[in-house]
Design a protein around this ligand. Structure first.
Ligand code: 5AD
Ligand code: SF4
Length: 428
C-alpha cells in the first residue's frame, strides 16, 4: 500500500509542476513514506533522515509520510530536527499545503484522519509506466490482532465507493494497465453498493472489474480468513481474470497462540477454508504471513506452525520475528521471547517455507503457461513476466514488448524464479 500511496503522492505533485529527481541526492524535496509494522522499519527511517544531509551541510526539504508519521507525529521533528513535514497516511492529499507551509518556515504536521476521503482530493490516474498497478479499495482494519499497529495507524476500516474504484480502474486501464491488484489491509472485508444500490462484497466488485475488456488480470491482497465469503470463493472458480493466487495469512499454527493474537479463527477453521478454496479452484497458489516468537510461544507451539506450513503447502510466504509495538496489547504480555530463540525459530520456519516454494516452482517445469511481461531482464532481448501464480519467469523474447501476454514453456525452476521459452513444443 505504501507503493500505491507513493505513486499517488508523486502524481499529485506532478500535477503541480514537480518532477521526479533523476538522483535522490539532487532532490529539492524528499518524502520518506514509512512503515510502522515492525521496529526495524522505524529504525531505518531515522537512519535515512540522517543520511539526507549532504557533505556541504545542505539538505533537501524532508517530509516523513506514512504510518511512522501517524504514530509519532510531531515527536519526529523533535527527534530529527531536519524533518520539515510530518504527514499521516490519511492526510497526504494535503501535501501541497504542507510543502508551502514548510517553505515559509512554519511547522507542517498533519496526522488527522479527516472524515472526507483523501481519494476525492487526488487527481485522476495518469499513464502508467508499467502494465501492472495497485488500486486501494479499502483501508484500515477493525480486527485488532494483539500484536498489530495497523488499526491505530491506518484507522478503522473504510471501503471506497464502487463508482470511485471502477473509475480508477478504467483510468488505469486506459493508461495501459493490464493487471490490477486490489489493495487493503483487510481487502476482502470490502463492502459497498453498486450503481443500482444493491449491496455488494468484493466478489461483486471483482466480477464487475472483469467486464473491463482490456483488463486481463485481477489480484487482491491482503485477506483475513474470517472475511473470505462464499461468493469470493466461488468467484475464484468462475472468473477467469481472477488469478489463482491467494495471500491468506494465518500467523501461527497453534490455537492457543491464535487466541492470544486475537485472530478469531482456529487452525482447523483455516484448513477447512483452504479446502473450500481449493475445491473452487484446484490449482490455486497459497501464500501466507507468519510471526515467530509471539509472547509465550513454546517450542511445541512453534512446532505447530511448522506443521501448518507442511499441511497447506504454500507457494510462498512472508515470515517475521515478533516485534513489540508500542500501544498494542501483546507488547505488555508476559513471556516475551529472547532474540536468539526467535532467530532460531525463524531460520527453521524459513527452511520449511523454502522447501515448499522450491517444490511448487519445480512442479511447473514442463508446463505451458501465459505470462504477462512486466519488465526488462538483465540480458539483451530478455524480459521478465509473471505466471498466473505470481512466479517470475525469465524469457528471451526479442520480438515482444513489456505489457504483452505470451505463452511460454517452463524449462527450469529456481527458488525465486523460473526460466521459460517461447514455442519449444506444440501446444497440447
Ligand atoms: N511483529 C511482527 N510481525 C508483525 N506483523 C504485523 N505486526 C507484527 C509485529 N508486531 C506481520 C503480520 C502481518 C504482516 C503484514 O506483518 O504477519 O500479516
Ligand atoms: Fe493487523 Fe492484519 Fe490483524 Fe488487521 S487483520 S490487526 S492489519 S494483522
Amino acid at each position: 500500500m505504501n507503493v500505491y500511496d507513493g505513486e499517488r503522492m508523486a502524481e499529485m505533485l506532478g500535477e503541480r509542476g514537480m518532477t521526479a529527481a533523476a538522483d535522490g541526492n539532487d532532490a529539492d524535496l524528499v518524502i520518506l513514506n514509512t512503515c510502522h509494522i515492525r521496529e526495524k522499519a522505524v529504525d531505518k527511517v531515522y537512519s535515512d533522515i540522517g543520511r539526507m544531509t549532504r557533505e556541504d551541510g545542505s539538505r533537501p526539504m524532508i517530509a516523513v509520510a506514512g504510518c511512522v508519521a501517524q504514530a509519532e507525529g510531531s515527536e519526529i521533528s523533535r527527534r530529527a530536527r531536519t524533518v520539515d513535514i510530518v504527514v499521516g497516511p490519511q492526510a497526504y492529499h494535503r501535501l501541497p499545503d504542507l510543502i508551502a507551509k514548510a517553505g515559509r518556515g512554519e511547522a507542517a504536521v498533519d496526522t488527522d484522519m479527516p472524515a472526507e476521503s483523501k481519494f476525492g482530493a487526488l487527481p485522476a490516474r495518469t499513464k502508467q509506466a508499467r502494465p501492472t498497478a495497485f488500486l486501494t479499495i479499502m483501508e484500515g482494519c477493525d480486527k485488532f490482532c494483539t500484536y498489530c499497529v495497523v488499526p491505530y495507524t491506518r484507522g478503522a476500516e473504510i471501503s471506497r465507493s464502487w463508482g470511485a474504484i471502477l473509475d480508477e480502474a478504467k483510468a488505469l486501464v486506459d493508461g495501459g494497465v493490464k493487471e490490477i491488484t486490489l489493495l487493503g489491509q483487510n481487502v476482502n472485508a470490502w463492502t459497498g453498493e453498486d450503481d443500482k444500490g444493491r449491496a455488494q462484497g468484493m466478489d461483486g466488485l471483482v466480477r464487475e472489474l472483469a467486464k473491463i475488456d482490456a483488463l486481463k488480470r485481477i489480484r487482491y491482497t491482503t485477506s483475513h480468513p474470517n472475511d473470505m465469503s462464499d461468493g469470493l470463493i466461488a468467484a475464484h472458480g468462475e472468473v477467469d481474470k481472477l488469478m489463482p493466487f491467494l495471500h491468506l495469512p494465518v500467523q501461527s499454527g497453534n490455537d492457543r497462540i491464535l487466541k492470544a493474537m486475537n485472530r478469531s479463527h482456529s487452525v482447523e477453521g483455516y484448513l477447512r477454508l483452504i479446502d473450500r478454496v481449493r475445491a473452487a479452484r484446484p490449482d490455486i497458489a497459497l501464500s501466507g504471513d507468519f510471526i515467530v516468537g509471539f509472547p509465550g510461544e513454546t517450542e511445541e507451539e512453534f512446532a505447530d506452525t511448522l506443521r501448518i506450513v507442511d499441511a497447506v503447502g504454500y507457494a510462498q510466504c512472508y515470515s517475521f520475528k515478533y516485534s513489540p509495538r508500542p500501544g498494542t496489547p501483546a507488547a505488555d504480555m508476559d513471556g516475551q521471547i529472547p532474540a536468539d530463540v526467535m532467530d532460531d525459530r525463524l531460520v527453521r520456519l524459513q527452511a520449511a517455507i523454502n522447501r515448499h516454494q522450491v517444490g511448487f516452482n519445480a512442479a511447473t517445469v514442463g508446463r505451458r503457461t501465459t505470462i504477462l511481461l512486466e519488465r526488462a531482464g538483465r540480458y539483451p532481448g530478455q524480459l521478465i513476466g509473471k505466471t498466473p501464480w505470481l512466479q517470475s519467469v525469465h524469457v528471451t523474447a526479442p520480438d515482444q514488448a513489456i505489457g504483452d501476454m505470451i505463452e511460454v514453456d517452463i524449462i527450469s525452476a529456481g527458488p525465486n524464479s523460473l526460466a521459460g521459452e517461447i514455442g519449444r513444443r506444440k501446444a497440447a
